[in-house]
Ligand binder design. Structure first.
Ligand code: ATP
Ligand code: MN
Ligand code: MN
Length: 303
């Protein structure tokens, strides 16, 4: 069965729309395409200009995963791309970039369940425009992620930085700080590391920055390693390749008070209703910060 859909100025040929991508939930590729078409007005602003890595499952999430950094040759010319220096190697990698609803729908038709985004934009790839604290509980422990998010937020507030919260669609949460692109990745990661060190020093039984899982001993891992050149994070409204088709979802901080909250609370089926009712909790939070002054305050806490 072939089908086509018109999105903006583009006509996209769809294929195998009745292919089941999430067997436990009966979610088809057609459902994925409709979902991304619906969320595009909210989601595309979070993707614009960013190199992408594509996590695709042509045969559904129980089939083989295709993880692509390089844009496939057969993608049409109208899909934007960005060439950026290969991490620690010679030459460039040409990534796909989504700057329109049509491109997002095209990717969905490629069975791209999750487009992963860089923390920088392709025009200045070494200067991230966001910092992310990736809060990874040991095991399935959402209360630990919740507590960590609140502690991160409180410390950032003391340092003069507002922060944004989202579920990952997985087990944990991400806390974002919007940056003005004056600092490079090493500087941003060093700042994030300092913040994490303060939290570990205050509560060493609860938090760790130990990368080796065996050494974490049940503590929540404050993962600051997303903040590096060539690394990615899942963007707002991306679907995850897990049972239930959960969606990474921007939250208002007050939503952590809800005892039913979880990293995979919102799904491809529930998130649209949610934002039609409540809007996007991140809307209006566009002011981008420098780390210069927060650094001075952080240094006082570290010494
Ligand atoms: P969870 O809340 O379950 O931890 P998560 O999205 O934060 O979900 P992580 O494993 O902590 O998952 O990874 C953080 C981000 O790093 C991901 O969103 C993804 O973009 C990127 N990432 C993680 N593992 C890989 C991998 N093997 N290959 C490519 N990117 C990865
Ligand atoms: Mn995580
Ligand atoms: Mn992680």
């Amino acid at each position: 069965m072939t089908d086509e859909v018109r999105v903006g100025r583009r006509t996209i040929q769809l294929s195998r729309t009745d292919k089941v991508l999430f067997p436990d939930d009966g979610v088809t590729k057609g459902d994925l395409i409709s979902y991304y078409e619906t969320v595009a007005p909210r989601m595309v602003p979070y993707l614009k200009g960013r190199p992408l890595s594509l996590e695709r499952f042509p045969d559904g999430i129980d089939g083989q995963q295709v993880f692509q950094q390089t844009v496939p040759r057969y993608f049409p010319d109208w899909i934007e791309t960005a060439s950026v220096k290969r991490l620690g190697g010679a030459g460039n990698v040409k990534h796909a970039v989504v700057s329109s609803a049509a491109a997002l729908v095209y990717l969905a038709n490629q069975a791209c369940i999750t487009p992963h985004t860089w923390l920088s934009r392709a025009d200045r790839p070494r200067k991230p425009d966001q910092l992310i604290f990736d809060l990874d509980p040991s095991g399935d422990d959402f209360p630990a992620a919740r507590r960590a998010a609140l502690d991160v937020r409180e410390l950032l507030t003391d340092l003069g930085l507002p922060s944004l919260l989202k579920t990952t669609g997985g087990k944990g949460l991400h806390v974002h700080v919007l940056l003005d692109r004056t600092a490079d990745f090493d500087q941003v990661r060093e700042f994030a590391s300092g913040v994490a060190q303060v939290l570990v020093a205050r509560d060493p039984k609860r938090y760790t920055i130990e990368q080796r899982i065996a050494k974490r001993e049940g503590r929540l891992y404050l993962d600051i390693m997303r903040n590096a050149y060539g690394q990615t994070a899942v963007p707002p409204y991306a679907v995850r390749a897990r049972a239930g088709a959960p969606v990474a979802t921007p939250l208002d901080w007050s939503e952590l008070d809800d005892r039913r909250m979880r990293g995979d609370r919102f799904t491809i089926r529930s998130v649209v209703r949610r934002f039609e009712r409540d809007g996007d909790p991140w809307r209006g939070s566009s002011r981008r910060r420098s780390l210069t002054r927060p650094w001075r305050r952080l240094n006082d806490l570290l010494t």
